[in-house]
Design a protein around this ligand. Sequence first.
Ligand SMILES: *[C@@H]1O[C@H](CO)[C@@H](O)[C@H](O)[C@H]1NC(C)=O
Ligand SMILES: *[C@@H]1O[C@H](CO)[C@@H](O)[C@H](O)[C@H]1NC(C)=O
Ligand SMILES: *[C@@H]1O[C@H](CO)[C@@H](O)[C@H](O)[C@H]1NC(C)=O
Ligand SMILES: *[C@@H]1O[C@H](CO)[C@@H](O)[C@H](O)[C@H]1NC(C)=O
Length: 440
Amino acid sequence: MASSLFFLTIALLSFSCFPQPHGKTQPRPFILPIEKDPKTNLFYTSVRIGTPQHKMDLVIDVGGPFLWYDCNNSYNSTTYHPIPCGSKKCPGDSGCSGCNGPFKVGCSNDTCGAFIINPLADSIFSGDTGEDVLFLSNTKVSNILSGCTNSDAFTGDYGVLKGLPKISKGILGLARTKLALQTQLSLSHNLPSNFALCLPSSNKNGLGNLFIGGAPSLVPILKQNNDSSFFLTTPLIVNPFSTAPVFGEGDPSYEYFIVVKSIKIDDEVLNFKPTLLSIDNKGNGGTKISTMQPFTVLHSAIYKPLVRDFVKKASDRKIKKVAAVAPFGACFDFSTIGRTITVLDVPTIDLELEGGVHWKIHGGNSMVLVNKEVACLGFVDGGKEPKTSIVVGGHQLEDNLLEFDLVSSKLSFSNSLLLHKTRCSKLVSFFPIPQGVMMS
Ligand SMILES: *[C@@H]1O[C@H](CO)[C@@H](O)[C@H](O)[C@H]1NC(C)=O
Ligand SMILES: *[C@@H]1O[C@H](CO)[C@@H](O)[C@H](O)[C@H]1NC(C)=O
Ligand SMILES: *[C@@H]1O[C@H](CO)[C@@H](O)[C@H](O)[C@H]1NC(C)=O
Ligand SMILES: *[C@@H]1O[C@H](CO)[C@@H](O)[C@H](O)[C@H]1NC(C)=O
């Protein structure tokens, strides 16, 4: 019942906004809500898995290879099927697992293993690959392959859920892999292999959205702004060397890399060794996007001039510097910062990307309010030898609409939606159902 109501809403939307030729049904993307956890500054969505349905809050990891969840001692599901070792559905290199029983989810013999990766934990965990039903915003999807691991087997600081929001029970990986949810849904539901992300800046203002299988057709602002200045596009490139904690020989990275050509602060180019911006013959360097880093992490040789030049330009605006608050390196007296449409009037950080487009980071995305008096530049020092020179993190992605198009391998981005007097929580409203109709 619930699922047909959901489809009805989507159908209403399509009729009210963009009439389709009669009789032609276009596959509809999935829309999931995104919440921000104030403690970890990570982002999670909510799905339901199995029979009976278990609500699972899963952290969104654009660089994660698949969906995994906690099948702890108290978890079971009657619709679960472990994937046998050697089956075509078994990705292969993660071994075979067995269990002394009794049989339950995560305890079966001759089962295709899974390397469970939580980038915030210190180890890689063993788990199983299995198939079960998944409910995405009330739509039931069968035969979704995912990983599961029993958190009761790894306790304390060594836990598989380490560093994740307290409420969350796993990770939703959206990397460029066969098992990533968007890849599975694109095959089973005939959707384009892409997803779009709009991360909320705080839950006080409502939820953000994850769109799987195409955002633009559902986002009115993209219809109203049919010009190429709203969505800017840059190639997504493949780092030929894996950046994962476990990988096969010769595997490329499944994370999303883009090419930054230069960085400017208020139109002045930052001075650092340009080779840091390219990927070398070991896969080091370059720029990737990660939702598992709350703040952008920069190679020291980029971070230091960024902080120096930002402080200088801020002082030109009579913004007063105060003692730094870790992990940040430059903080300011909040009362000396002016207000703008993008929240705070601070120097603009401009990433010039491949294709000549500019990702402009304004106050709302560059500054973090650490308390009522102090606002800090929300970038952190990644040290002298990080694998990747620039890891664009969550805070810098908030209230930007980003579309990862895996078919043509490009990233489209809106820049701050605040410039368009909107934010992620206002892009589409689909809870409760009647609100959705208001979109037209
Ligand atoms: C097992 O997971 C369920 C929900 O997925 C949770 O309610 C329960 O507290 C967990 N049990 C333990 C021992 O962590
Ligand atoms: C888990 O569910 C399966 C399938 O319904 C059932 O055969 C099994 O006995 C259950 N295991 C436990 C430990 O409850
Ligand atoms: C796996 O096989 C072993 C040995 O045959 C058996 O003792 C155990 O009960 C089996 N486990 C399950 C979950 O069926
Ligand atoms: C946007 O405009 C172009 C030409 O101006 C047109 O070809 C295209 O169909 C329009 N796209 C949408 C989504 O309306």
